[in-house]
Design a protein around this ligand. Sequence first.
Ligand code: NAP
Ligand code: MG
Length: 400
Amino acid sequence: MMSKIEMKIPLVEMDGDEMTRVLWQLIKDKLITPFVELKTEYYDLGLQYRNKTKDQVTIDSAEATKKYGVAVKCATITPNHQRMEEYPELTEMWKSPNATIRAILDGTVFRAPIILECIQPTVCTWEKPITIARHAYGDVYKAAELVTEEAGECILTFIGESGTEKSVQVHKSDGPMVLLAQHNTDESIRSFARSCFRYAIDTKQDVWFSTKDTISKAYDGHFKAVFESEFEAFKDEFDKLGLEYFYTLIDDAVARVVRSKGGFIWACKNYDGDVMSDMVSSAFGSLAMMTSVLVSPDGKYEYEAAHGTVTRHYYRYLDGQRTSTNPVATIFAWTGALHKRGELDNLPELMEFACRLEAATLETMRSGTLTADLAGLVEPGFEATVADSWEFIDAIAARM
Ligand code: NAP
Ligand code: MG
């Protein structure tokens, strides 16, 4: 029996809900703890425990991430009205844990697909993953809106702390209108830019950034200017690594992306990132193969899968069925976090383990053992056997 790989500093482990909580335990038991003397600081972000602690556990887990630097998170339920009925013990419609964690860590979300040769992306020129870097604060997600019933004038006024005022006429109309005022903060845009450049250096990829500054000269123009000024501090490192920072208009970026080979980071404003990440992930194959990592401007990392708790499968599981839920993005959340811990703590064995587990997962799929969501997407002629989640994880464990 070989000895297990030791860790120095604990990973922040954020457990979650439903089907992904079931997979979480399986992944730990079968793929990680047989090989690694796993050190984690455990936070139960399952809905019941969040409720029991009045959501303090979510805050504590984010604070722990600030302290230790690396977290791995399971998908969690964001309660809505339907969930309030499903879980009558809930004392409040708790906020999305991801939103709470993001607000505390203040970062950018990077999403990249895991690609397989047997599943061709819809865009046939794509050879390498495209990473979407989505700014996760402000714009239309934090806007003030109005619908008016009569003719009138709208004026946008800013009142400075020192008492100065700045005003601009939005529109004077002779009938009812709809209005929206959105904002972003200089600090948030700056940290978005820094996170993108730091992630580019980490992953050795170019950065493309796109906005609509020809139309939105002040607002989007400010994003562009902030990126340019923040880039100054990274320029030498980019040059050394042969990397490029490239700015273009969003419509031009869209046209270039679909003609590209992939293999770069596409930095997007909040709304663009929301829309483009779904386009990119579905064009690459499946939501269940999308990795996601939140990177804070001061270099803290939180790894997760991009998908949710897969509720429909969970109810079939509770019914005694063995579902074929795809655990790949959750496995990669663990490997991403363990690899980062290894890198920060100078533990080459831990990094090596993370790479091996990723390779074993990919090899299992390449050899034809797939979960049901992927089996329908493979190229003609590729022979796939559909495995349930347990069989699939066992097949990976056997390779390990
Ligand atoms: P979802 O859990 O991502 O699932 C939507 C559908 O996508 C599933 O029903 C399934 O389709 C397919 N799917 C997603 N992941 C899969 C996987 N790993 N393997 C196989 N199929 C997969 O999204 P949802 O149903 O909208 O949300 C469920 C709960 O998750 C909600 O309470 C939501 O708040 C939460 N959520 C959490 C996060 C997060 O924590 N980051 C993100 C999104 C949603 P079929 O049923 O057709 O097989
Ligand atoms: Mg969306």
